[in-house]
Design a protein around this ligand. Structure first.
Ligand SMILES: [Zn+2]
Length: 242
């Protein structure tokens, strides 16, 4: 094989590795976001339940205040009842005392319902907090893994770029420029083999003369259709037999 083809193939291999490494690196921030979102979701759930518990607790406290105020009312009415000498006033006060007692029972029933609800919410909260701890631990582990992976890829990329610099310095500038141009336009596939007499890149049938020239391996050949560098290896022997 032509020396220049060997070097270009090495460069192409290096470029493909660079491309893959860059693609891997580009996925890391996306993965990091997905991982973090999992934690945010459960945190929001916990905050939501916590807020409900707080609201319910303050409502319950208000009911307690209402009850104690009503009890004070009953005491006041009883005292008035004790002091009055008028029968009618006595009966009116008695009526008020009974009404207030009924109201207290109603409020206390409501309070009981709230306490049941609170207990249910607190159980739910406890369960969620347990889950939150597990998720937090997993997320931290995953973030650490991602960081390790990112560092490794950055290191690899750095060494690949060094390797690329060395490889490209051995290639004649005009050829390198041509290579770079095709690399940019053809998504990383610059050098292609001849496959059954067609270009391995664009699959256009090549002229017999071009195949013969390519097989002679005296100078680099190019596909007249896509401009890629075409090369020949003995393994492709069958390929040129039409
Ligand atoms: Zn082609």
């Amino acid at each position: 094989m032509l020396e220049i083809i060997v070097r270009l193939l090495e460069l192409q291999d290096c470029d493909q590795q660079i491309l893959m490494t860059k693609e891997h690196l580009a996925r890391i921030p996306i993965d990091r976001q997905i991982v973090t979102e999992r934690q945010t979701a459960i945190q929001n759930q916990v905050d939501f339940i916590r807020k409900q518990v707080k609201e319910l607790e303050s409502k319950r406290k208000q009911l307690e205040i209402d009850v104690s105020q009503k009890r004070e009312g009953i005491e006041k009415y009883s005292l008035q009842q004790f002091q009055t000498k008028k029968n009618e006033e006595y009966r009116a006060l008695e009526h008020q005392i009974q009404t207030t007692k009924t109201e207290i029972i109603r409020i206390e029933d409501h309070e009981l319902e709230m306490m049941e609800q609170l207990e249910k919410l607190e159980r739910e909260l406890k369960e969620l907090q347990k889950q939150e701890e597990v998720v937090k631990k997993e997320v931290n582990e995953q973030l650490t893994e991602l960081k390790t992976c990112e560092d490794k890829l950055l290191k690899e990329l750095d060494s690949l770029q060094n390797k690329r610099e060395k490889l490209s310095s051995t290639i004649e500038p005009a050829m390198l420029a041509r290579y770079e141009r095709i690399l940019k336009n053809k998504n990383g596939k610059v050098l292609v083999g001849i496959d059954r007499g067609v270009c391995g890149g664009c699959h256009m049938r090549l002229s017999r003369q071009l195949v013969v020239d390519c097989r002679a391996q005296t100078e680099p050949c190019f596909c007249p259709n896509c401009g890629r560098i075409i090369y020949y290896t003995p393994e492709m022997d069958v390929a040129i037999v039409d």
